[in-house]
Design a protein around this ligand. Structure first.
Ligand SMILES: Cc1cc2nc3c(=O)[nH]c(=O)nc-3n(C[C@H](O)[C@H](O)[C@H](O)COP(=O)(O)O)c2cc1C
Length: 175
């Protein structure tokens, strides 16, 4: 298998976050700076973010819009970030995804882990955060330090410790 840079090789999406660690202001700034410098079509930078630190008002508003099952683990992440985009075409969503990918690599460099979620109540979250109609929330990003997988409920613990899989390389290439 070809080598990956450790920043990509060590990235994965945990559900076990350490409930005792915070995301400090410098770390938060570093994550947003990484997103800010992502490339985008016509340099439109259509991404917008809302950041909630554990137990603050924004965090509570974000958390309540996640499915109940996910609230159980996501509440232990140090922060919940909403990724939203302007524009209603696929390009803006693509650019937001790229900005979040940059943020994720930066998080890995800081020893943090990220778990993205797109299954949440988007209309509810837009209302909770009082977002204007042209700002469309697409993803919630749970960020924090790794926690103890054995603190998870059994059904999540198994998934947390299972081997990760990907399609084989040959199935990526068309033609
Ligand atoms: C755009 C996007 C949306 C996702 N939505 C969810 C979600 O709603 N709930 C969830 O538990 N995980 C979600 N995930 C996490 C994926 O399930 C996870 O990235 C995938 O299984 C690969 O695992 P890995 O990140 O550990 O490599 C999402 C990931 C991405 C990139």
């Amino acid at each position: 298998m070809p080598d990956l840079t450790p920043l990509l090789a060590f990235r994965w999406s945990p559900r076990a976050f350490d409930p005792s660690t915070e995301l400090d202001l410098e770390e938060a700034a570093s994550l947003l700076e990484a997103a800010r410098w992502a490339p985008s079509a016509d340099n439109l930078q259509p991404w917008r973010f809302a950041l909630g630190h554990r137990e603050d008002e924004t965090w509570k508003r974000i958390l309540t819009c996640l499915p109940l099952d996910d609230q159980g683990w996501a509440r232990h992440a140090a922060a919940l970030l909403v990724g939203a985009h302007t524009g209603d075409d696929g390009r803006a969503a693509y650019d937001l995804g790229q900005a979040v990918a940059h943020l994720t690599v930066q998080a890995t460099a800081l020893g943090l882990h990220v778990h993205q979620l797109t299954r949440f109540d988007r209309a509810g979250l837009a209302a909770e955060l009082d977002l204007p109609d042209d700002i469309r929330p697409l993803v919630v990003v749970a960020v924090g330090r790794l926690g103890d997988p054995y603190a998870l409920p059994p059904e999540l613990r198994d998934a947390e410790t299972a081997l990760r899989h990907r399609r084989p390389m040959a199935s990526l290439l068309l033609g």
